[in-house]
Ligand binder design. Structure first.
Ligand code: VGL
Ligand code: ZN
Length: 235
């Protein structure tokens, strides 16, 4: 009789175990992460390289964070002698395009200088859910719009390896600026195999936003409004 009870117990335990495995399985198949790009003082009105309305997306990004178990951020983090600053090239102005060590480089006003107020995250941004910050643009010789790799696709911030370690297969990208760092972060994400979505109203351009959206769609990146994500159960 003892034998019968113990084998019955075994069966029950086995059934429970297989049940809980089934419940967990979809999550293990791939998690979603939110990537918050360059929500720094210099990229909002009052900053050196402001995206119009950049300050108006902070609340929305905070609400979006609550929909994800994994949130990471990127931070533009330049040394003062960065080659993308017009001030470091005699007789050049912001907006000029030069050759910088073999790559086409648009020149910018000084921005996101390491340790400056302009480089800090905007005050209203909820930082408590951000698991890790990936800094970029530290090499004075090459710019880095993407949060994954520099513009020469050489230097790696470690974001790709981190997301894969965390079992992430799908990323949602928000932040500033839509036509530069958001665009190139999303293009890299899609290229290296993540299912990639840009949440359009949680981003703002410094220039041509419509052209950026077009380029993203052509590359296979999905564009959605925040309302599609808010309240939806994202794994
Ligand atoms: C950015 C230009 C230069 C951005 C950063 O965050 O979009 N754009 N550096
Ligand atoms: Zn920059």
């Amino acid at each position: 009789m003892r034998r019968v009870w113990s084998s019955l117990l075994c069966i029950v335990v086995a059934l429970l175990a297989s049940c809980s495995e089934q419940v967990d399985a979809p999550q293990e198949a791939g998690r979603s992460a939110l990537i918050i790009v360059d929500m720094q003082n210099d990229f909002v009105p009052g900053g050196a390289l402001a995206a119009e309305g950049g300050d108006q997306i902070v609340g929305l990004i905070n609400r979006l964070q609550e929909e994800f178990n994994l949130v990471v951020a990127t931070q533009d983090w330049h040394p003062e002698n960065h080659g993308s600053f017009a001030s470091n090239h005699p007789d050049r102005n912001p907006g000029d395009v030069i050759d910088l060590h073999g790559l086409k480089q648009e020149l910018w006003p000084d921005h996101a200088v390491q340790g400056s107020t302009g480089a800090e995250f905007v005050p209203g941004l909820d930082k408590t859910r951000i698991t890790r910050v990936f800094q970029k643009g530290m090499d004075p010789e090459v710019d880095s719009y993407s949060g994954f790799f520099d513009n020469g696709q050489r230097g790696d911030t470690g974001l790709d390896a981190f997301l894969r370690e965390q079992g992430v297969t799908e990323v949602f990208v928000v932040g500033l600026a839509l036509d530069y760092c958001v665009k190139f972060t999303a293009l890299d994400a899609e290229r290296i195999g993540f299912d990639t979505t840009v949440i359009a109203d949680a981003s703002r351009p410094v220039g041509d936003g419509a052209a950026a959206i077009e380029a993203l769609q052509v590359a296979g990146v999905m564009i959605v409004p925040a309302s599609d994500v808010l309240g939806a159960a994202t794994p």
